[in-house]
Design a protein around this ligand. Structure first.
Ligand code: ADP
Length: 461
C-alpha cells in the first residue's frame, strides 16, 4: 500500500501490529488505514476466517485457540513483529493491554507499545496503589482501608470504622472478580476468604482491601487523553450504571445524572491529575457517584469497549489520537476546543441467551445490522461467520447518537428493531425491552437496577 504519512507529523509509525481480535482489532485497523499506516493482524487457528485477518495488509498465525497460547503468547507476538517489521503494537482492550511487562519487553525490542508508560500501567493495575495515587493527586476516593488487609482482626477494626455494608475487593481485580459484600460483622470473615480465594484463582494474587459499599450509586467514568509531557485533557463522562455481575451492558454520554457544571468540575480535577502524572495515551478514570459526590474506584490505562459513545458526542477519533500521541505527537485538540454534541448510547450485544445469559456461540446464518443517520455498529461478524467458543461473547456494539437523549432513544428503539442476527441467541431482546422501560427512558437507574430488574423477571413478563 502507498504510505501517506499523516500530515501533522513527520514522525508516525510505518506498520502497526494489532495484538487483539474481534471488533476492537477491526476498529484499530480502520484508524490505521485512515492514517496510511500498514497493518498486521495476528490470529489464533480459531480465528483464521476472522474479519480483522481478512482486512489487514498482512497476517500471522500466533497459536492454537486458547488465548494463553495465542493472544497472550508474548514470544509469538514478538516473533510476529520481527517477521513483519512492525514498529508498534496496538494491544486493544483485554488480553495484554494492561500488562506492564509486555510494554517493557516490546520497548526492549525497539517496538513501540501504543499505550501509557509501563510505570503508570503498573500503578493503576494495583488497585491499592491506584487509590493511593488518586488520593495524592486530589481525586476523591471511596472511603476504605488505606492499604491491603493483613489479618481478619485488622479487617474487622477497619470495617467497624467505615461502617457496614463493606465491600471486599481484590487488589489485582478486574472484571468484577474477587469482590464480595459483607453486610454485617458476621459476614466479614467469609467474605474475606471467598474474595481471597477468587482473587488467587483469577489473578494469582490474594491481596484484598476494603471499601465502603455504596448502596445505589451510578458508575460514571471520565475519558482522558495525555501526551506524556504534561499536557492532558478530558473528554467528558460516560454513565455505565447498567451492569450485570459488575459487567457493563449499556453505556451513555452525557450521564442523565450530571449537569454541565458537575461534569466540568470532575473533568478538570481528573485532567489536572493526568497533567501531574504526565500520563501518555488514552485512559479512563472510573468513579461511583452518589448524592452528588464522586468516589474514585479505578483507572483503566487502555482504550475501553465503550469508547465510541465519547467519540459520537465529541467527534474525536480516540484511536487516532491514541496512535498519534504514542508516536510522540501533540494532542490534536485543546480542552477549550472540546465540544459535546447531543447524546449517545451504546448497547453491548452478546451471543448469550437474553434471560439465562448462557453463552451461545455458533454460526450466524443471517445478519442485518441497522443503519441510517446517527447509527453506528462496531462489530467484526458477518453472515456465515462462526462465533468461536474460546473468547468473549461480544457480537457487536450498537451505538446511536441523537441531538437529545429523547431523540437518541427513539433512534435506538428503531435500530434495535431493525437488527437481525439469526442462528445464535443474542441479548438484543433484552435491549428491546430496556428501551421501553420507564426508568431507562427517564434515565433513573443505578448500578443495581439491571440485576433487580432481571431478578423480578423483567424479561419474562
Ligand atoms: P473491576 O476492576 O473488577 O471491574 P471495579 O472497581 O471497577 O472492579 O468495580 C466494578 C463495579 O463493581 C463497579 O462499576 C460497581 O458496579 C461495583 N463496585 C465497585 N466498588 C464498589 C463499592 N465500593 N460500592 C458499591 N459497588 C461497587
Amino acid at each position: 500500500m502507498t504510505k501517506e504519512k499523516c500530515s501533522w507529523r513527520s514522525e508516525m509509525f510505518d506498520k502497526i501490529l494489532i495484538a487483539n481480535r474481534g471488533e476492537i482489532a477491526l476498529r484499530v485497523l480502520r484508524a490505521c488505514k485512515e492514517l496510511g499506516i500498514a497493518t498486521v493482524a495476528v490470529h489464533s487457528t480459531a480465528d483464521a476466517d476472522a474479519m480483522h485477518v481478512r482486512l489487514a495488509d498482512e497476517s500471522v498465525c500466533i497459536g492454537p485457540p486458547p488465548a494463553r497460547d495465542s493472544y497472550l503468547n508474548v514470544p509469538a507476538l514478538l516473533t510476529a513483529c520481527e517477521i513483519t517489521g512492525a514498529d508498534a503494537v496496538h494491544p486493544g482492550y483485554g488480553f495484554l493491554s494492561e500488562n506492564a511487562r509486555f510494554a517493557e519487553i516490546l520497548e526492549d525490542h525497539e517496538v513501540h507499545f501504543i499505550g501509557p508508560r509501563a510505570e503508570h500501567i503498573r500503578i493503576m493495575g494495583d488497585k491499592i496503589e491506584a487509590k493511593r495515587t488518586a488520593r495524592r493527586l486530589g481525586i476523591p476516593v471511596v472511603p476504605g482501608s488505606e492499604g491491603g488487609i493483613t489479618s481478619d482482626a485488622d479487617a474487622l477494626a477497619i470495617a467497624r470504622e467505615i461502617g457496614f455494608p463493606i465491600l471486599v475487593k481484590a487488589a489485582a481485580g478486574g472484571g468484577g472478580r474477587g469482590m464480595k459484600v459483607a453486610r454485617s460483622e458476621d459476614e466479614l470473615s467469609a467474605a474475606l476468604s471467598t474474595a481471597r480465594s477468587e482473587a488467587k484463582a483469577a489473578f494469582g494474587d490474594d491481596a484484598v482491601y476494603l471499601e465502603k459499599y455504596l448502596a445505589r450509586p451510578r458508575h460514571i467514568e471520565i475519558q482522558v487523553l495525555g501526551d506524556g509531557r504534561g499536557n492532558a485533557i478530558h473528554l467528558g463522562e460516560r454513565d455505565c450504571s447498567l451492569q450485570r455481575r459488575h459487567q457493563k451492558v449499556w453505556e451513555e454520554s452525557p450521564s442523565p445524572a450530571l449537569n454541565a457544571g458537575a461534569r466540568d468540575e470532575i473533568g478538570a480535577t481528573v485532567a489536572q491529575a493526568m497533567r501531574e502524572l504526565k500520563y501518555l495515551g488514552v485512559g479512563t478514570v472510573e468513579f461511583l457517584y452518589e448524592e452528588g459526590r464522586f468516589y474514585f474506584i479505578e483507572m483503566n490505562t487502555r482504550i475501553q469497549v465503550e469508547h465510541p459513545v465519547t467519540e459520537m458526542v465529541t467527534e474525536i477519533d480516540l484511536i487516532l489520537e491514541q496512535i498519534r500521541v504514542a508516536a510522540g505527537g501533540d494532542l490534536g485538540i485543546t480542552q477549550d476546543e472540546v465540544r459535546f454534541f447531543g447524546h449517545a448510547i451504546e448497547c453491548r450485544v452478546n451471543a448469550e441467551n437474553p434471560v439465562s445469559f448462557r453463552p451461545s456461540p455458533g454460526k450466524i446464518v443471517h445478519y442485518h445490522p441497522p443503519g441510517g443517520l446517527g447509527v453506528r455498529v462496531d462489530s467484526a461478524v458477518y453472515q456465515g461467520y462462526v462465533i468461536p467458543p474460546h473468547y468473549d461473547s461480544l457480537v457487536g456494539k450498537l451505538i446511536v447518537h441523537g441531538k437529545t437523549r429523547a431523540e437518541c432513544l427513539m433512534r435506538l428503539r428503531r435500530s434495535l428493531d431493525e437488527f437481525v442476527v439469526d442462528g445464535i441467541e443474542t441479548t438484543l431482546p433484552l435491549f428491546r425491552a430496556l428501551v421501553r422501560e420507564e426508568d431507562i427512558i427517564n434515565g433513573d437507574y443505578h448500578i443495581h437496577w439491571l440485576e433487580q430488574y432481571l431478578a423480578r423477571g423483567g424479561m419474562q413478563e
